[in-house]
Structures are given as C-alpha cells and as structure tokens.
Design a protein around this ligand. Structure first.
Ligand code: SF4
Length: 65
C-alpha cells in the first residue's frame, strides 16, 4: 500500500491534485483552499497516478511513501 499525505506547511491551495485525482484529494475546510487527503492509503496499482498527481503540484507538497 502507498501512503499519501500533504505537507500543509507548503500547500498553497492550487487544487491541481483535486482536479487530477478527485477520489484521493478534496478541497479542505480551511479558508485558504488547501487540499485534504480523502483516502491516505492507496493500492500499489495506483502509484503511477499518485506520482503524476504529486508531479502536478506546483509546490511539491504531496508525499508518496
Ligand atoms: S496541488 Fe499541491 S499546493 Fe495545490 S492544493 Fe494540492 S497539494 Fe496543495
């Protein structure tokens, strides 16, 4: 299983991750529009899509472990 997280120290709410993988990321509740992770554990089969989402983040705030 892959672990997905967002570094909230650098997330700036661009929402590229939400557009790319809406079943993994959603708009969070804060006023800055930062994303939140819906399902932080994802099957290894999704690693390529997760890495694409991480690469789409302008702030490099998405962590895949
Ligand atoms: S694309 Fe990156 S900076 Fe933008 S909301 Fe997603 S994690 Fe945050």
């Amino acid at each position: 299983m892959a672990k997905v997280s967002i570094d909230y120290r650098i997330c700036r709410g661009h929402q590229m991750c939400v557009l790319g993988l809406p079943d993994v990321f959603a708009v969070g509740p804060d006023d800055e529009g930062r994303a939140m992770v819906i399902l932080g554990r994802q099957p290894d089969e999704r690693l390529a899509a997760l890495r694409d989402a991480a690469a789409s983040c302008p702030e490099n705030a998405i962590r895949i472990e």
